[in-house]
Ligand binder design. Structure first.
Ligand code: GLU
Length: 488
C-alpha cells in the first residue's frame, strides 16, 4: 500500500495557521512512508467561495516548500485537484446508491424543509429530516426525476445499529445510526455533491490512505462512514488533530486574527522556522532536540505521537525559534532575504538607508544583529544606531555607580583614554580594537567597566546596545572617534 495523504481546504478565505499544520503533518506522514501528498480544493459550496483563496493555498505551498506530489493540469495552468472540475465523478455514483437502495431521491421543497426545521425548533427537537421521501418506490421516484421534478439524493441511514470507528489519534469512537440524519449527498441542481458526498468519493478515487484533519470534523465521521458503506467503498484511516489554541487557551480562529498563514510567512517568520514550530504543535517527537530540519522531522514523525489535547500556540516560543533560524542562516543568504524583506515591508528605510549604505557596513550590522534579532521586523529599529550620522548625546547615562563611575569627570577621563587608544587601533577586526583597549585599561589601573560603559554610551547613545567593541567595529574608526569626540 502506498501512503497517500491530502489537504482538502475549502477556498473560503485566508488559510488558517491550523490548516498549515494539517498540511505539514500530512506531508510528513506521506514523505516518511515514501508516499504522496496531494491538495484538493473543496469548492462544492458555491456560496462561500472567496476570490483569491486558491491562489493563496498554492502560494503557501510554494513559499513553504511543501509541494504536492501531483499538481494536475487544469484551466490552462497547474494547480491542485478541484472538486468543481470533477463533477462527472459524483452524481452517477450517488444515483447508483439509489438503485441499490442505500440512498434515495428526495423531492421535498426548500419551503417544506424550512417549515419542518421551524417546527422542530419550536419543539426543541434536533434538526433532522423526517424521512418523508424515504419510502417512495424507486420506479416512481425515477419517473418523477424523468419529468424534470427537482430532487436531491439522500443517504438512507440504516436504523438501529451501533457503529464502531477507530481514529488513529483518538481511538475508538462509537455511534448509533439512529442519531444520524439522512444526509443530502447530491444537491438539487442534480450535479453538485455536498461536502460529505464529495469527500468520501474523492478520498476513494484519489486512493487516500490517511486523512489528517482538524478536530472539529470528527462530528462528520458517522455520516462519512455510512456514506462509504452505502457506496460500497472503503474509507481511509482518519486522525483528528488537536486544536491549535491561543495563549489564552481559547481556540484560534480566523476571527481572533493573527492566524493567516500568508502574514506569518511573508512578514514575520522564516518558512523553515514556522514549519519547525508548527511540527511541535501537537506532535511529541520524543527528543529534547527542538530545532529540526525537514529531513529530521520526516524521519521522526509518527502518527501515534500526536497528542489528543489542544496545542497552545506560544508566540514567544515562535519568536525564539525564528531567532535560532536567523542565527543559523549563512550570512549571504541572510543578507539577501533580509534585503528582500526590507524592500517589501520597509520600503522607505530600504530606499533611503539600507540600499544607500556601504555593503560592508550592512554586512557588519547584519552579522551583529543576527545574534539578537527574533524577526526581520526588528532590524530597522535595532540598526538605527549604526546608520545614524551621529548618536544622541546621553549625558544622563554617563554616571553609573554600579560600574564605579561616580561623576561625569570620571566618565570623560575614561573616554579620553579610549579616544587615544582607538585613534591608534586598526579596526580591521573586533580583536584589533579589544586587545589594545583592554591592555591600556589595565595599565591605567581602571576597571574594564569604568571605560567600556561610557564608551558604549558614547558610541550608541542608548542605554542598551551591542557591546563597546562590537559597536566600534561596526561603526568604523572615523564614526567611532567622532562620536567620542562630542563628549570630550
Ligand atoms: N473542506 C474541509 C475543510 O475546509 C475539509 C475537511 C476534511 O479534511 O475532511 O476543512
Amino acid at each position: 500500500m502506498t501512503v497517500r495523504t491530502r489537504l482538502a481546504p475549502s477556498p473560503t478565505g485566508l488559510l488558517h495557521i491550523g490548516s498549515l499544520r494539517t498540511a505539514l503533518f500530512s506531508y510528513l506522514w506521506a514523505k516518511k512512508n515514501h508516499g504522496q501528498y496531494i491538495v484538493r480544493i473543496e469548492d462544492t459550496d458555491r456560496t462561500r467561495l472567496v476570490e483569491g483563496s486558491v491562489e493563496g493555498i498554492i502560494k503557501m505551498h510554494r513559499e513553504l516548500g511543501i509541494l504536492p506530489d501531483e499538481w494536475p493540469h487544469h484551466d490552462g495552468g497547474y494547480g491542485p485537484y478541484t472538486q468543481s472540475e470533477r463533477l462527472s465523478e459524483y452524481a452517477p455514483r450517488l444515483r447508483q446508491m439509489c438503485e441499490e437502495g442505500t440512498g434515495y431521491y428526495c423531492f421535498c421543497t426548500s419551503e417544506r424543509l424550512e417549515a419542518l426545521k421551524m417546527e422542530q425548533e419550536e419543539l426543541k427537537l434536533p434538526p433532522r429530516y423526517d424521512g418523508h421521501c424515504r419510502h417512495i418506490p424507486l420506479e416512481e421516484a425515477k419517473e418523477r426525476v424523468g419529468t424534470g421534478e427537482k430532487y436531491t439524493i439522500r443517504l438512507k441511514v440504516p436504523k438501529g445499529e451501533t457503529i464502531v470507528f477507530n481514529d488513529i489519534i483518538r481511538g475508538r469512537i462509537e455511534f448509533k445510526t439512529s442519531e444520524v440524519d439522512d444526509q443530502v449527498l447530491l444537491k438539487s441542481d442534480g450535479e453538485f455533491p455536498t461536502y460529505h458526498g464529495a469527500i468520501v468519493i474523492d478520498d476513494y478515487l484519489m486512493k487516500i490512505t490517511h486523512v489528517l484533519r482538524w478536530e472539529e470534523w470528527i462530528s462528520s465521521i458517522p455520516k462519512q462512514v455510512l456514506t462509504a458503506r452505502a457506496l460500497g467503498i472503503t474509507l481511509p484511516e482518519y486522525g483528528h488533530l488537536p486544536n491549535v489554541l491561543g495563549a489564552d487557551g481559547k481556540k484560534l480562529s480566523k476571527r481572533t486574527g493573527d492566524v493567516s498563514v500568508v502574514e506569518y510567512i511573508k512578514k514575520w517568520y522564516l518558512p523553515e522556522a514556522l514549519l519547525n514550530f508548527l511540527a511541535l504543535l501537537g506532535w511529541n517527537p520524543k527528543t529534547d532536540q527542538e530545532i529540526m530540519t525537514m529531513e529530521e522531522m520526516i524521519e521522526k514523525f509518527e502518527l501515534t505521537d500526536i497528542h489528543k489535547s489542544g496545542a497552545v500556540l506560544d508566540p514567544i516560543k515562535l519568536d525564539w525559534m525564528n531567532g535560532e533560524y536567523i542565527k543559523k542562516l549563512p550570512h549571504e543568504e541572510l543578507h539577501t532575504r533580509l534585503s528582500a524583506y526590507l524592500k517589501e515591508y520597509e520600503s522607505d528605510f530600504y530606499e533611503n538607508t539600507f540600499s544607500k549604505a556601504d555593503f560592508t557596513l550592512n554586512s557588519k550590522i547584519i552579522t551583529e544583529l543576527s545574534l539578537r534579532m527574533k524577526r526581520f521586523e526588528e532590524y530597522k529599529d535595532l540598526s538605527k544606531i549604526f546608520y545614524a550620522l551621529e548618536a544622541t548625546i546621553r549625558r544622563d547615562l554617563l554616571v553609573n555607580p554600579k560600574m564605579k563611575i561616580e561623576s561625569e569627570n570620571d566618565a570623560i577621563d575614561s573616554l579620553r583614554l579610549a579616544y587615544t587608544i582607538l585613534s591608534e587601533a586598526s579596526f580591521h577586526t573586533i580583536d584589533a580594537i579589544k586587545t589594545p583597549l583592554i591592555d591600556a585599561i589595565s595599565e591605567s589601573g581602571k576597571k574594564n567597566g569604568q571605560v567600556l560603559w561610557p564608551l558604549r554610551v558614547a558610541l550608541s547613545g542608548e542605554e542598551f546596545s551591542p557591546g563597546a567593541f562590537e559597536m566600534a567595529y561596526i561603526l568604523g574608526k572615523d564614526q567611532s572617534l567622532s562620536r567620542i569626540k562630542k563628549y570630550l
